[in-house]
Every structure is written in C-alpha cells, then in structure tokens.
Design a protein around this ligand. Sequence first.
Ligand code: SF4
Ligand code: SF4
Ligand code: SF4
Length: 340
Amino acid sequence: MTGAKRQMAMVMDLNKCLGCHTCSVACKTQWTKTQGREAMWWNTVNTMPGEGTPRGWESMGGGFHDAAAQPGEMPTTGGFGEAWEFNYDQVFSEGKGQEEHLQVVGDAPDWGPNWDEDEGAGDYPNSYHFYLPRLCNHCTHPACVAACPRKAIEKRESDGIVVINEERCNGYRFCMEACPYKKIYFNHAKQVSQKCIFCYPRLEQGVATACSRQCPGRVRFLGYADDEDGPIYKLVTQYKLAVPLHPEYGTQPNVFYVPPTGPMRLGEDGDVDESQPRIPDKYIEHLFGEAGLQALKNLEREKQIVQGGGKSEALDVLIAYKWEDMFGGFDRNPATIKWV
Ligand code: SF4
Ligand code: SF4
Ligand code: SF4
C-alpha cells in the first residue's frame, strides 16, 4: 500500500523514558487545544504492563492482513478518558482554598489516561514497570487508510506521514475501528476524525516534532528511515536495537522502540539473581515479538564491547551526547521561524 518515496520515522529508547509526560503536553499545547479536542492526547505515555490508552487497546482488534484492513472495536470516549471539569473557581478565587481541595465536578470518574500509572506487575522485590510513549505509527500499510470509504486519509508520498483530510472525512470512524493501535480520536465539535500529524508543518521548516524536541530524557530520535547517517537507520537497520510495537498487527509501524532492560532481579537472599531478567522475556515478546528479544541481545552485545574497553557507535547514538544528533537534520530552532 505504501506508495511513499521516503519515510519519516521515530525511535524511542524505553530505557531512558522518565514517564514525565512532557511529550504529551508539548503535543497538546501545539495541536489539540481547541474545542472538540479537550480529551485528545495524540501522544500518550502509559505504564506497562497496564491497560493503556484507550483502556484495553491491545485486545480491541483491527490491523492489516491479506491486503485489507481488519475489523476491530471502536474505542469509546470513556475508554480514552474524558476531559474532566475541576472546581478551579472554588479553590482559586472563592476564598475556600484552605477548606476545599481540587477535585472533579460531578460524578467521580472511574477511568482516565494513566489511571494505572506506576502500578506495573510482578511481586516485591521483583515488581517491575516501564513507560511506553505512543503516537500514530504512520504505518507503511495503514489500516486506517484502507478502511476509509471516503479516501479521506492519505499517506504522503514525500515523507510517508499519514494525514486525515477533514474536508473529505464524513465521521464514519471506520478508521478508528481498523487502527489496531487505537490512535485516532473523534472530534465531536467538528464531527471528524483526528490524529497525530507527525508535526509535518514543523518538519517542512526543518524543525523536529514537538514531542521529540521537548523530551527531557532524549528518548525520541527522528529522521528519514533510509538516511544512513541518521539515527533511525543506525538503530533500526544497522544495529537492530529498535523494533516495532506489536508487529503481528500487520501495519508495519514506522515508530520503533529500544525495548526496556529493567533493573536486575533479586534472589530470595537479596543478592542479584542473573538467571532471569526482571521484565519477563514473555512480556517483551508479547509487545515486540521475537525481534524484541533479539534487540535486547544486540543491546547487551554493544554493552559488552564497551565493558571490554571498545567503542560502540550504537551506544553513542543512544546516549545522544548532542541533541542535534538525534533528529536527522531536523534541528532548526523554531524561534527563528515566522509561523503563519
Ligand atoms: Fe493509521 Fe493507526 Fe497506523 Fe496511525 S497507527 S497510520 S492511525 S493504522
Ligand atoms: Fe503530537 Fe507532533 Fe508528536 Fe505527533 S509527532 S504526537 S503531532 S507532537
Ligand atoms: Fe518524558 Fe520523553 Fe518519556 Fe515523553 S518520551 S514521558 S517527554 S521522558
């Protein structure tokens, strides 16, 4: 399906993610502040293992197989989490700040983004969790494109970014059912589907995506997938340290992850137990397939090189000594541009 001449892509190193949500807020303040988008978070950061956003998205179906979009469930607004109203006036301007605490107005919510934040899994002292930032994967075989009867979703030829044409969108939401990553939202005010645009207006000016540029953990690498001098090619193709999430969905994502290693496991005597990892292999395999386990082996190979006194270009890329090296040439200062 692709048709794109080049493909923009992202790599996220899950070993560096702090779970700070700066990426989500950077996206929100840039793109989804307006009416109808109150509950939209094109970028989310969930604690894993966990239910994720929307709740239970991993078992909602969809995908791309046999050259066709596969049926899936439509996520609900409640599953994503509502944009709650808070009693700001009462606390901040009605003089009751000492008696009243900030709380949701109306019915108490029972779910929202990151409801299960930092819970994770496993038993003390070997409990574990890590953070998984997610956005639209700008897939090579986008199920959303295949599912839209209005041909309202396009995969851009120049850079492979998947965008929704709101003029053509009739709000049927077949795309929301088909996307196996459940990364499309419905704007109830405009009655159209909306999602991450990979910050294409910024990229077209040479500026990195907002979520990447603002990330304090230097987690989010960026660039063309075929740029042999760029970080994506090195981490995905050359050193095979970064892999797609749930490759079995069949859409061929262009967002890749360096899987998490987790801290060392502790034995009953409190000493380090190296016989097995803290994060179970079967969970890594569940998320990233066998390639995820191989990526962890490749990462270990690079660490051994450095521990043996050698030099690892792959680890140097991951460390990201200079932020400019993370973005494949998209390092222009946005303050130098007159935005229209
Ligand atoms: Fe479409 Fe979903 Fe892939 Fe994004 S992640 S391109 S919305 S199928
Ligand atoms: Fe939002 Fe841009 Fe990041 Fe997409 S690439 S999640 S639009 S900040
Ligand atoms: Fe924070 Fe970066 Fe992780 Fe987002 S990806 S939560 S900005 S560390």
